[in-house]
Design a protein around this ligand. Structure first.
Ligand code: F6R
Length: 595
């Protein structure tokens, strides 16, 4: 969702630095953008103490060369919530005097009350956003107190989960506050930074502080000061040095991040099969002694949770519950201090997960997270975090983090059985099978299939057991990046309703690994075929009923991993065939930081 980048330093091209910062945050998903800068010197062309450029649409080839030089600036990519994607609604928003500008990520739940009761009579609103309320509120409050107090008071008055930055053109400082939405402070030499995502800071600094809820920071070129928002008390930042490499964010030889990330999977999986098992054994021990373990995630991560519930049952004979992040909050009345929540998230910033995990924590439950981003909110909120080691994911659609999670869950399930080495073997095997799928001739078969299916309106994908979450994930990937309607179903459910939708030529994908589900899955495939469905079999062996065959070698419980790699590649090539950008699907964002 919204990307934020701020700079205060001695360089004169602050606007350019900020522009490249928000460009690096493009992957989060947005529909408009804006940059604000305090001009270094007064120019007769400048009618305001602040120069602002805002545009609707992607940054693309846009330039900000028309913005003046200056040493303090900030920028924002907006994903519309309150008010459509228009230039007026894009951030930054200015107060009536044009002294202050504000950028914001989150939702101000009581914005109508603040606007109508406190501001309406004295201030002119130019947008339909909730954000604009903040800048006028600060303008109002700063008339009688310091900007620091005014910002703090404004922050305490608004409700909801938010992060915003105020740029003051007079005192040349940035003031940022956070509750819920992520913000990271970067410390440089003679310059300081703010960003919604630490990866955006990598070209400038690796020394960061991840802001906690209810923290405020004042940033100038030479100083950073931290305060508690409720009491105003001074705080000490927890400065950490990131060991991430900047190169991870490059496309390299690939045309899209999604393809690059799909291709990274064999290596990541192979690494996971070899790394130390100390952490896995520790978490397995927690599951073993907990009175109920709940796997929780959203979207793709929710399907990893579902897969986990099958894996634990099948491999180690353990029952684990699973829930979708946004629903978990409504079914946690039974949690006790003996419960364990395994929260799964790539970004570690998904609001639906954070909210329900906080509620679970308040009930005393222990929180363990499987998360890909070091220092993320979930990482810090958890009692124990296991990093996925998948490297930075830039494409909106999650790929490598999903298979990394499946690999870790496989190891956990085997560790519970006391046979972690067997788990490592199946993950290593899955890595090899996945590598084969990424090469010709398997790849050519997938590209050809994408050409055959590109004009279809609907697809149905079936599986049983572990292939059921694979079917759900396949449908999600196809929907989100190719915009073809796709439904993932447990094969047994076909006859209870969905079969009515199958007609002549309807693409029906069936996962048929050589496990206990094979026979029953084949029966479901036949039911579809008998109604005219075009049957695409994804299996370890061909079958006469398949109209199209994608071979995937079996690797026991880990077969779900290469099956999903097939799905990712098919979705990717469908998007390409349909002329779409697979990295930036419409209406979607990478980091879903609103409820
Ligand atoms: C789909 C996708 C999303 C995410 C979901 C959770 O391809 O990427 O469904 O899986 O938004 O995100 P994280 O894992 O960051 O919590």
């Amino acid at each position: 969702m919204c990307g934020i980048f701020g700079y205060a330093g001695t360089k004169k091209d602050a606007a350019e630095i900020v522009f490249s910062g928000i460009r690096s945050l493009e992957y989060r998903g947005y529909d408009s953008w804006g940059v604000g800068v305090v001009p270094a010197s007064k120019s007769k062309f400048l009618i305001s103490p602040l120069a602002v450029k805002k545009q609707v649409g992607k940054i693309g080839q846009a330039s900000i060369a028309d913005l003046p030089q200056g040493s303090i600036a900030f920028g924002h990519t907006r994903w519309a919530t309150h008010g459509g994607a228009t230039v007026e609604n894009a951030h930054p928003h200015l107060d009536c005097t044009k002294r202050f500008a504000v950028i914001h990520n989150g939702i101000i739940e009581n914005y109508e009350m603040v606007r109508d009761k406190i501001l309406r009579k004295k201030h002119t609103f130019r947008s339909q956003t909730d954000t604009e309320v903040v800048v006028h509120l600060i303008e109002e409050l700063a008339q009688t107190q310091s900007l620091r107090q005014a910002t703090r008071q404004a922050f305490n008055l608004i409700e909801g989960l938010n992060a915003f930055i105020v740029l003051d053109s007079q005192t040349k400082q940035l003031i940022a506050v956070r509750n819920g939405s992520p913000l990271v402070v970067g410390f440089g030499r003679g310059e300081n930074f703010l960003a919604s995502d630490a990866s955006a800071l990598l070209p400038y600094t690796k020394r960061v502080h991840f802001m906690e809820d209810n923290e405020m920071v004042i940033i100038t070129d030479s100083q950073t000061e931290f305060f508690e928002t409720k009491s105003g008390k001074k705080l000490k930042p927890l400065i950490q040095t990131l060991n991430w490499s900047f190169a991870q964010a490059d496309l390299g030889k690939f045309p899209h991040f999604m393809l690059k990330e799909i291709y990274e999977q064999p290596k990541i999986l192979s690494n996971i099969s070899q790394v130390s098992t100390v952490e896995i054994k520790k978490i397995a021990g927690l599951i073993e002694t907990a009175f109920g373990t709940y796997l929780v995630g959203c979207g793709t991560a929710a399907y990893a949770c579902l897969a986990g519930s099958y894996l634990f049952s099948k491999v180690s004979g353990f029952h684990l519950n699973w829930a979708i992040g946004s629903e978990f909050g409504y079914q946690l009345d039974f949690l006790t201090p003996k419960s364990l929540v395994l929260a799964l998230s790539q970004s570690g910033e998904t609001m639906d997960i954070l909210e329900s995990v906080k509620k679970a924590k308040a009930k005393g439950a222990k929180i363990v997270s499987l998360v890909n981003v070091f220092g993320s909110s979930l990482y810090r909120l958890s009692d124990y975090s296991l990093l996925m080691g998948a490297g930075s994911e830039k494409a909106v659609a999650s790929t490598k983090d999903f298979t990394a999670k499946l690999a870790h869950l496989t190891l956990l399930a085997y560790a519970l059985k006391g046979k972690i080495k067997d788990g490592q073997k199946v993950v290593a095997q899955a890595a090899k099978v996945a590598a084969g799928i990424c090469q010709r001739p398997d790849l050519s078969r997938l590209k050809k299939l994408a050409k055959l299916l590109k004009h279809k309106d609907h697809m149905y994908i079936i599986g049983r057991g572990l292939s059921y979450p694979a079917a759900l994930e396949t449908a999600l990937k196809i929907k989100e990046i190719s915009y073809i309607h796709a439904e993932g179903l447990p094969a047994g459910e076909l006859k209870h309703g969905p079969l009515a939708l199958v007609e002549k030529g309807t693409p029906c994908l069936a996962f048929l690994p050589g496990d206990e589900t094979y026979g029953a899955n084949l029966a479901g495939s036949m039911e579809m075929k008998a109604r005219g469905g075009y049957l695409i079999g994804i299996s370890y062996k061909p079958h006469e009923i398949f109209d199209y065959y994608i071979p995937v070698a079996d690797c026991r419980e880990a077969t779900i991993i290469p099956n999903v790699v097939v799905a990712q590649l098919l979705a990717y090539y469908l998007a390409i065939e349909r002329g779409l950008d697979p990295d930036k699907p419409r209406h979607l964002a990478k980091s879903v930081t609103v409820k």
